[in-house]
Write a protein that binds this ligand. Structure first.
Ligand code: NAD
Ligand code: MN
Length: 497
């Protein structure tokens, strides 16, 4: 895709779809329920959206099940044709890039320029990548003992469910939907209750691209109703979930209590960024700042513990405070704004509460961590904290807000030990010019991704997911293709040789 200069966002994008999308039709929820969706920059209602509950989940799963019937159009479709449809979706995302980016920014509070130049690009590349997998789900032939031809087939599960969070709605939609459909499954997707709008618009692109009815369905609604019904459904063969650790636990429990549906979980973390003695100080300060405060800290793979070598610690802290104080907050649709609001009042209060807990536990708050006086939006000024006791709550648990926590270390051995004490292991970052340190840390740190001299580097071709309590299974690349397919072994008796 050619990189284009940034266009003006659409300030009031027309809301085209607010109802449930089942069987390629827009329908009201069974009991007519709706809920409001907000603009987090000014706390105003954007529109009301139909609210799916258990009955609606049953309807959508039934449609997805029919679409997966043995003789259905979808099951009969050639893999190469699935690939054509997936690429068509990518083309439509490119066509509507400005509209979707504006809508995502409006409903989520993400900086428009970032959605336009990054999030939406990631969605498009995911659809293109997985389009290519449609006809490449190779099994193996296995040289077993005896006169047998043994081979494996990778077959779709059938009806899958996807439950996604509010922080990167379109990226999460793409990471689940693209591998799920490329492998021939059907899908019921529940977007987060705080950000339903882009998923609903995306559904119209699925229909326009020519996917048969029932292959892809969208149900806006709450977790404890619609989400829970999906995870407990006996006809759902797989759930791919991204969200918080407590809800991930509920999803796995629901699977265990019902049909042992296959479950993939992508959850939060407490991600370290290690700045070694030899790293360039200017670059290190800039990187820690930009990745920690990206999207107001509402990124699952943002660093939440910055370990800085003792030799540069004081200077690093001083410059980080200066940089945090100069960060520009405001309307995410305004160009030049670096940070928008937190997603909701609830999140805003939760983050402010965690900062206070940290201070009570003995940490120093050097700047920020405050609401913006007089604003109805859920803003929090970028905070920098030091002297955080290692066993305190904020040192161990994700804040999911704009808070840079700085820790001092002396030796590589020590920092590895301190990182690996975490109950989580989503990602880690390392800044060093010393090859041996880089290789040693990359090998020793328990995390699903280790970024060396880069951060947030992602490709649809390479797996994403967490160690320990950050997740089960992987999204993206061949790993995601495997995670959306069952493996069947076939033995065929051959004539004796
Ligand atoms: P959340 O767990 O509250 O909600 C995630 C989704 O689960 C929502 O759609 C919600 O409606 C649904 N849900 C809630 N209760 C449910 C239930 N009982 N049964 C079924 N579904 C239910 O998470 P959130 O607040 O939306 O998102 C923030 C969290 O997501 C953070 O912890 C963040 O780290 C994590 N996250 C992880 C990744 C990743 O890939 N690892 C990516 C983005 C966000
Ligand atoms: Mn939540």
């Amino acid at each position: 895709m050619a990189s284009i200069s940034l266009p003006e966002p659409i300030r009031q994008p027309t809301i085209k779809h607010t109802r449930l999308f089942i069987n390629n039709e827009w329908v009201d929820s069974d009991d007519g329920s709706t809920f409001e969706t907000y603009n987090p920059s000014n706390a105003e209602v954007i529109c009301t959206v139909s609210e799916a509950k258990e009955v609606d989940v049953n309807k959508a799963v039934a449609a997805a099940k029919r679409a997966f019937d043995r003789n259905s159009e979808w099951r009969q479709m050639k893999p190469s044709q699935r690939s054509v449809l997936m690429n068509r979706v990518a083309d439509l995302l490119e066509r509507d890039r400005l509209y979707i980016s504006s809508l995502e920014s409006l409903n989520n509070g993400k900086i428009f320029s970032r959605v336009y130049s990054s999030d939406i690009v990631r969605c498009i590349e995911a659809f293109r990548h997985f389009a290519g997998w449609s006809d490449k789900q190779h099994g193996k032939t296995i040289p077993v003992d005896g006169d047998f031809l043994a081979y494996t087939r990778h077959e779709p599960y059938g009806v899958c469910g996807a439950i996604i969070p509010w922080n990167v709605p379109m990226i999460m939609l793409a990471w689940k939907t693209a591998p799920c459909l490329a492998t021939g499954n059907t899908l019921v997707l529940k977007p987060a209750e705080l950000t339903p709008l882009t998923a609903l618009y995306f559904a119209s692109l699925i229909k326009e691209a020519g996917f048969p009815p029932g292959v892809f369905n969208v149900l806006p609604g709450y977790g404890h109703t619609a989400g829970s019904a999906l995870t407990h459904h006996m006809d759902v063969a797989k759930i791919s979930f991204t969200g918080s650790v407590p809800v991930g636990r509920l999803v796995l429990k629901a699977a265990a209590e019902t049909n042992f549906k296959n479950v993939t979980l992508e959850m939060g973390g407490k991600n370290p960024l290690i700045i070694c003695q030899d790293a360039d100080l200017d670059k290190a300060v800039m990187m820690a700042h930009s990745v920690t405060f990206a999207q107001g800290g509402q990124v699952c793979c943002a660093p939440s513990k910055i370990f800085v070598h003792a030799n540069m610690y004081d200077e690093f802290v001083k410059r980080s405070v200066e940089m945090a104080k100069s960060r520009k907050l405001g309307n995410p649709l305004d160009l030049g704004v670096e940070q928008g609001p937190q997603i909701s009042k609830h999140q805003q209060e939760k983050i402010l509460g965690m900062i206070q807990t940290g201070v009570k536990d003995g940490a120093k708050l050097l700047c920020g961590g405050e609401k913006i006086c007089g604003s109805a939006g859920h803003f929090i000024t970028p905070a920098v904290m030091t002297d955080i006791p290692e066993d305190s709550f904020i040192a161990k648990e994700e804040i999911f807000g704009p808070v840079l926590l700085i820790f001092k270390f002396d030796t590589i051995e020590e920092v590895i030990e301190r990182c690996n004490q975490s109950a989580y292991g989503l990602v880690a970052g390392v800044l060093t010019n010393d090859l041996n340190k880089a290789l040693g840390l990359a090998k020793s740190i328990q995390a699903g991704i280790v970024w060396v001299n880069c951060f947030f580097q992602l490709s649809p071709a390479a797996p994403f997911g967490g160690y320990k309590q950050s997740g089960v299974g992987r999204d993206l690349g061949e790993y995601a293709v495997n995670s959306f397919t069952e493996t069947k072994t076939v033995y065929i008796k051959e004539p004796s040789s």
